[in-house]
Each structure stands twice: as structure tokens, then as C-alpha cells.
Design a protein around this ligand. Structure first.
Ligand code: ZN
Length: 224
């Protein structure tokens, strides 16, 4: 039997780190893909590298993709402030079409690798209102991927795997902890400093802290 291969989208955050741990535990040979997309900090990419080492991914590519050329999000435009509070509707931290763009680049690599699956850490429970984190988006994307590629039409279809889709943040943390993931190396904060220390104020920090509290586990996050 040949080894199953997966491309795993890895931001260096809590969710995608858990996804890499899950894919590795399922016996996939993992190819981690991160994006340097003009984030406000380099800490996320350093976190991704640490997670790759911990779970012995076969390869790690960091793709330069400067979404700041378009802006349109608090994460890609320094003129837009990261909010302290959860907002009504789709928040300003939504990056236009981000998961479509990321999945498309993952799909291209997956096709070259003849990978069986692409893993992405989207979540529809504790998510922040992003339309590209919903199960209907993923299902439509998977269908498109298999129409759009040579592998898809010649009998090597891709699965888009979303192992976190129905989990609460606490359940995600419990699962990763069982798989030996040290969350101290992950970075969730929208405005982390270069050393990976979190602000403790943003929506992402609040969600993460609540996740550890709900899971009944000590929070290893380093704060500024
Ligand atoms: Zn923060």
C-alpha cells in the first residue's frame, strides 16, 4: 500500500496546528503549506516551523503571497485597526477570499504531489463569521477541485478534510493535547509581537483563552 499524502494548510495558529497533528495521527505523509501574506508579524511563521518539526511533516513550503497589495482587511491593511470586541456580521479581520486563494494554491501542490487530501482548519462553531469557513463552502470547493484538475478527472480525486469543522475551541484543544501538541508554540493573536507574545485583547485572543478555560487546561499562551 502506498503512503497517503496530504497537503496541510498551516498558519501557525492553534487550529491549523491541531489539524497537522490530526493528519499525522491518521497516517498521512504531511506536506505543510504556509503563506507569508503580509501579516503584521513574523511570529506566526515561526510557530508554523516549530509545529512542522514537532510533527515531522515531510516538507514545509512558505509561499510568498502579498495580500497587502489588495488590503481590505485588518490583517492585511495597517490602516484598519484590529477590533477589541466581536463585531456584528462579517468582521474587519476577514481577509477577502483568503481560504479560496489558500485552497487553490494547496490544490496546485496537491496535484503535483498526487496527494489524496487537503487539510484545512476551518471551524463552523467558534468561528468569527467568515463565509469561507462554512461547510457549504468546503463542499462546493471540493466539487470544483475535482472538476478543475487533471487528477480529479482521471480518477485521483481530492478530499478536502476539515477535522475541526464541528468542534468547539475547547474540543479542538483537548484533541490536540491528546495528540501531544504543545500549544505554547502556536500563535493565535491578530496583533502578536515578533516574539509570538499575544495582546490578550483581540477577538482571537478572547476565543483562545476561553477555549483553554472551557477545556479545563492550563493556558500556555505567552502574553505581552
Ligand atoms: Zn490578540
Amino acid at each position: 500500500m502506498s503512503t497517503k499524502r496530504a497537503v496541510v494548510l498551516l498558519s501557525g495558529g492553534l487550529d491549523s496546528a491541531t489539524v497537522l497533528a490530526i493528519a499525522a495521527s491518521q497516517g498521512y505523509e504531511c506536506y505543510a503549506l504556509s503563506f507569508d501574506y503580509g501579516q503584521r508579524a513574523v511570529a506566526e511563521l515561526n510557530a508554523a516551523k516549530a509545529v512542522v518539526r514537532a510533527f515531522r511533516a515531510k516538507e514545509h513550503r512558505v509561499f510568498n503571497l502579498d495580500l497587502a497589495q489588495f488590503g481590505g482587511s485588518a490583517l492585511t491593511d495597517s490602516d484598519i485597526d484590529v477590533p477589541d470586541q466581536a463585531q456584528e456580521g462579517i468582521p474587519v479581520t476577514y481577509v477577502p477570499a483568503r481560504n479560496t486563494i489558500f485552497l487553490s494554491l494547496a490544490l496546485a501542490w496537491a496535484e503535483v504531489l498526487h496527494a489524496d487530501a487537503i487539510f484545512i482548519g476551518v471551524n463552523a462553531v467558534d468561528y468569527s463569521g467568515y463565509p469561507d469557513c462554512r461547510p457549504e463552502f468546503i463542499a462546493a470547493y471540493e466539487q470544483m477541485a475535482n472538476l478543475a484538475t487533471r487528477n480529479g478527472v482521471t480518477g485521483e480525486p481530492f478530499k478536502i478534510e476539515t477535522p475541526l469543522i464541528d468542534l468547539t475551541k475547547a474540543q479542538i484543544i483537548q484533541q490536540g493535547t491528546q495528540l501531544g501538541l504543545d500549544y505554547g508554540m502556536t500563535v493565535s493573536c491578530y496583533q502578536t509581537d515578533d516574539e509570538g507574545r499575544a495582546c490578550g485583547q483581540c477577538d482571537s485572543c478572547h476565543l483562545r483563552a476561553k477555549g483553554f478555560a472551557d477545556a479545563g487546561l492550563a493556558d500556555p499562551t505567552r502574553y505581552q
